[in-house]
Design a protein around this ligand. Structure first.
Ligand code: ZN
Length: 281
């Protein structure tokens, strides 16, 4: 169900007369899920949004509609949170609309993983924190462009993942971590392709993700490819959907050959397959 709000009934702040419409396709979103918003109107040049302390840029599609996706962090607090949308017009004016969105609790899968002795150092809190902090900084910038709005995302593999998004993992009985992506069990050396056009913003070895490539697809969408055996791209390389980034492997905190594929929107890790399905509509 789509709820269509006219700005006339919801605005506050600086306003101009306009026929802009904000379509919010949801009133509730569960932890870890993605919501889609469309903003349509004359003379709009940019649309930004904020939700749960994260910033979003809504890129325009071929029809001139500004389409945004917001992610609910897996560990966000259930309850009502304000979604703020700021619309910029070509005469320099702005309009602000907001809606309270209810965040619902998700029952994420829970699993136990035993790490062999040689990988136990990768449960060190400082190691975990440092890597997450590095990635958090890399997935925040809202660069221009969004070919992915037209092309969609192409998952690296079509097989069923061996572990799903958001799983709460207990390593060696106590250390708890959220699964930021999905895993494909794949033999070492299989080519891994970019899911959409973009620019490589990380290509390096990380303690937990092993040999890792992160691609900026524009407008706040990033995709990461972890535990590779080799990387074939460098930071700054422009890639197109389907370009090979490297090969699958078993590097980092990995207990068997697999590809960990993760996507972030507006600085929030979101389910890559949910986003793929939303973009295919
Ligand atoms: Zn994984």
């Amino acid at each position: 169900m789509f709820l269509i709000f006219s700005l006339a009934s919801l605005f506050s702040g600086t306003v101009q007369a306009s026929d802009a419409q904000v379509e919010i396709g949801f009133r509730r979103l569960a932890q870890g899920n993605i919501g889609m918003i469309t903003v349509v109107g004359e003379d709009i040049v940019k649309v930004r949004a904020a939700f749960l302390d994260n910033q979003y840029l809504f890129p325009p599609n071929d029809d001139g509609e500004f389409v945004g996706f917001i992610g609910v962090p897996m560990a966000s607090e259930p309850g009502f949170h304000r979604l703020s949308i700021l619309i910029f017009y070509n005469d320099g004016s702005q309009e602000y609309v907001w809606e309270n969105i209810q965040v619902l609790r998700t029952r994420f899968l829970r699993t136990s993983i035993s790490l062999p002795a040689d990988l136990k150092g990768l449960l060190d809190e400082d190691v975990i924190y440092e890597e997450l902090a590095l990635l958090d900084a890399k997935i925040k910038p809202l660069s221009d462009g969004a070919n992915w709005l037209q092309t969609g995302l192409v998952p690296p593999f079509t097989k069923i993942p061996s572990d799903s998004f958001g799983t709460i993992r207990f390593f060696n009985g106590d250390i708890m971590q959220r699964h930021t992506g999905i895993d494909y069990s794949i033999s070492v050396g299989t080519p891994v392709a970019a899911a959409a056009d973009g620019v490589v913003v990380l290509s390096q070895s990380l303690p937990i993700r092993g040999e890792y490539v992160l691609v900026d697809h524009g407008s706040g969408l990033y995709s990461g490819y972890a535990h590779l055996s080799e990387r074939l791209v460098e930071v700054g390389d422009m890639v197109q959907a389907g370009d090979v980034l490297g090969s699958t492997g078993n590097t980092g905190r990995s207990t068997g050959p697999h590809l960990h594929w993760e996507t972030a929107l507006g600085g929030v890790w979101v389910n890559p397959l949910e986003l793929t399905a939303l973009l295919a509509r």
